[in-house]
Design a protein around this ligand. Structure first.
Ligand SMILES: Cc1cc2nc3c(=O)[nH]c(=O)nc-3n(C[C@H](O)[C@H](O)[C@H](O)COP(=O)(O)O)c2cc1C
Length: 339
């Protein structure tokens, strides 16, 4: 039996409702982020970051948002007949922070690409959706004013939106299972699948197996693949640099492997540098080596595209974001950048 706590028991008495705690509680409600713009009576552009935006009605199309009475932009929105809503894209958090600062409209719009629409609204670029609205109602909302607008213009693209939750910017990732599990799946597999270690290892196994099977077709070993890719990204590297890069992946390599690649005419060892020390010899790709490296590179780009297509843009961005955070924490010692 489910016990439902009556609502009045969950509510704290009015006098005990601490504004900071209230604000924190509201943070559990994930929202998108908008910048809402208008033109002040003196012709200056005005804009404010707002996540109180929401839909109201489909027919007629209406939206709402609320603005703090004490906000500097409030008088401009009260007197304006029109305003434009910009639903921000996943990479526009800096723009959001800029329009959330109590600075003048001129400062907010300085150095930005923007234009005026036919109703006088400043329009920003790079967002996922823009809506041009006409104020139809203004309501008292405590220390805020609630603006209700009729949507009279709309533009939209498929760029993933920026999300705001718990005081942080985020990217929304879908919880939908893209591939439903088989009906007869052994439940023990399900628990194994949910372990983080299993998931990381399994993803890495899949990726490496795909990449190295292509290398094998071109008669290139895993270690040689790494050497060729390291040289493909740069014109030339020292022998020592290549050895350090390859060792970082957990595989070992010595000068013999480089000599072997030279014997197969995939790399050229620059012994004209007059360097007696083998570690400091410069290694270059030959034309044949560059051709093989280009094919390997094209294959990994194809694989990446296929994964992105399967996951979708937003989930790919979310995955990249999490993996780069993971690498910053657990793999901070990359000796040389590959690129
Ligand atoms: C993600 C985010 C959402 C916000 N949402 C609102 C909102 O819905 N209403 C509001 O009045 N202020 C909101 N703010 C705060 C305003 O953006 C901020 O007070 C800003 O200074 C207002 O601009 P102004 O001072 O030029 O009027 C939000 C801030 C952030 C960072």
């Amino acid at each position: 039996m489910t016990i439902v706590t009556p609502l009045h028991e969950l509510c704290e008495p009015r006098s005990a409702l601490d504004p900071a705690r209230f604000r924190q509680a509201l943070g559990a409600f994930a929202t998108g982020v908008t910048i809402i713009t208008t033109q002040a009576e003196d012709g200056m552009p005005v804009g404010v970051t707002a996540n109180s935006f929401n839909s109201v009605s489909l027919e007629p199309p209406m939206v709402l948002w609320s603005l703090a009475r004490k906000s500097g932009s409030c008088p401009a929105f009260i007197s304006a007949e029109h305003w434009a809503v910009h639903i921000l894209a996943w990479d526009q958090h800096e723009l959001s922070s800029r329009f959330a600062r109590p600075i003048s409209g001129a400062e907010k719009f300085a150095d930005l690409a923007w234009e005026l629409d036919s109703d006088g609204n400043p329009l920003l670029s790079g967002c996922t959706t823009r809506m041009q609205c006409r104020t139809v109602h203004m309501y008292d909302g405590g220390d805020h004013i609630i603006f209700v607008g009729e949507v009279i213009g709309l533009e939209k693209n498929d760029v993933p939106p920026l999300v705001f939750q718990g005081g942080n910017y985020a990217i929304a990732t879908s919880t939908r299972q893209a591939v439903p599990p088989p009906v007869d799946e052994d439940p023990r597999n399900v628990s194994a699948n949910s372990s983080l270690g299993y998931l990381l290892a399994s993803a890495s196994l899949y990726y490496n197996a795909r990449i190295y099977s292509q290398a094998k077709l071109l008669n290139v070993t895993e270690v040689e693949h790494l050497v060729l890719m390291a040289l493909y990204e740069r014109e030339a590297r020292t022998c020592d640099e290549i050895i350090t890069l390859v060792n970082y992946t957990g595989r070992s390599i010595g000068i013999e492997s480089i000599n072997d690649l030279e014997a197969r005419e995939l790399v050229r060892i620059d012994d004209e540098s007059g360097c007696a020390d083998s570690e400091n010899l410069m290694i270059h790709l030959t034309d044949t080596g560059r051709e093989v490296a280009a094919r390997l590179n094209a294959e990994s780009e194809r694989l990446e595209m296929a994964i992105m297509e399967q996951l979708g843009t937003a989930d790919t961005l979310a995955l990249c974001n999490l993996l780069s955070r993971f690498n910053r924490i657990y793999r901070p010692m990359i000796p040389y950048r590959w690129f």
